[in-house]
Design a protein around this ligand. Structure first.
Ligand code: ATP
Length: 307
């Protein structure tokens, strides 16, 4: 997928100001950003559901607007809050959707794969949040797409259902499907995505691997430890990575940047001192999100899924 200089406004409101990125085959590519940043508009434009004001989008060499019918065959979409008639059953929904495609996968296999086999006769309104979510993923995959767009994949699910869904998505990726994932959940993005675009105010604020985003955002790190015997503080302060050393009752707090942990561990080894309780404060994608957007990511309180 290739998106170049995408612009989209709704009346006077600019939703996407200038977005460009490329998604490689076989990747899980994440889009994160604050509410109203333009994420959904971007992925809906890729799916051909919105017509951009300007810019170009190419999906497997096709134009999502001009080649709408072909794009539908190779791209599956799970959008926010899919809604279905309350009375439709799981198997009816899957059978109906599979009839929309030229080469659908076996919907019964898919139903089993997504753990919905024993719910085949259950009506949509009787499904739990996690089951509805799995059905919407199944419907995005029933056409046998080469690309799947998943918007808010696990928002609102309990922690176990989220982890199960993540494993499922990794299996889908391993089967050769490229995945474009929009998410509010930083742990989801960090766990699943090969690369992530941070979109803010309709523009790409940063684009890198999760580790790359975290490294770029976390200038300062801290290493904590206790020592069995006193150490000349200068052995630490003279290290180029170290900016500050605090010592309180044998407890050391070293602040710095770069390869701080390796550098401190090396200095201790040279002084032949053993550190106890050595810990580094890990930076996470939340810190990167704050650094690139100036706001903390919105947290989503997981709801308990009924059995
Ligand atoms: N159909 C529409 N008509 C008018 N304005 C819209 C429409 N759809 C989106 N917008 C506005 O465009 C901007 C971008 O919305 P979009 O849904 O793409 O953002 P988002 O990053 O997906 O947000 P969220 O995380 O809240 O889903 C927002 O200000 C939104 O209010």
């Amino acid at each position: 997928m290739e998106v170049q200089n995408l612009h989209k406004r709704y009346g006077r409101r600019v939703a996407v100001e200038d977005v460009s990125f490329t998604v490689e085959a076989g990747e899980i590519f994440g889009i994160i950003g604050p509410n109203g940043a333009g994420k959904t508009t971007t992925v809906e434009s890729i799916a051909g559901l919105r017509v951009p004001d300007s810019g170009t989008i190419s999906v497997l060499g096709l134009d999502p607007v001009k080649d709408r019918a072909e794009v539908r065959e190779c791209l599956g979409v799970q959008l926010q809050e899919s809604s279905f008639p309350d009375a439709i059953t799981v198997s009816e929904a899957l059978e109906l959707y599979s009839s929309f495609y030229r080469n659908p996968v076996d919907w019964q296999d898919l139903m089993e794969l997504l753990g919905l086999g024993d719910k085949r006769k259950a009506r949509y309104k009787a499904l739990s949040g996690g089951q509805k979510q799995r059905l919407s993923i199944a419907l995005a995959l029933v056409g046998g797409p080469r690309i799947a767009i998943l918007d808010e994949l696990t928002t609102g699910l309990d922690p176990q259902s989220r982890r199960d869904t993540w494993s499922l998505i990794e299996r889908v990726r391993d089967s050769g499907v490229t995945i474009l994932l929009v998410t509010h959940l930083m742990d989801e993005a960090e766990r699943l995505c090969d690369r992530i675009a941070v979109i803010d105010g309709g523009r790409v604020a940063a684009l890198d691997t999760p580790a790359g985003l975290i490294a770029a955002a976390s200038v300062m790190q801290q290493v904590r430890f206790r020592l069995s015997r006193p150490l000349d503080k200068r052995l630490l302060t003279e290290l180029p990575e170290v900016s500050d050393v605090e010592i309180t009752e044998g407890r050391y707090l070293v602040t710095g940047s770069g390869q701080l942990l390796g550098s401190v561990a090396g200095a201790l080894a040279r002084a032949e001192i053993v550190a106890e309780d050595l810990r580094i404060d890990q930076r996470s994608l939340d810190d990167a999100f704050v650094a690139f957007t100036g706001r903390p990511p919105e947290s989503s309180a997981p709801r308990q899924e009924e059995a």
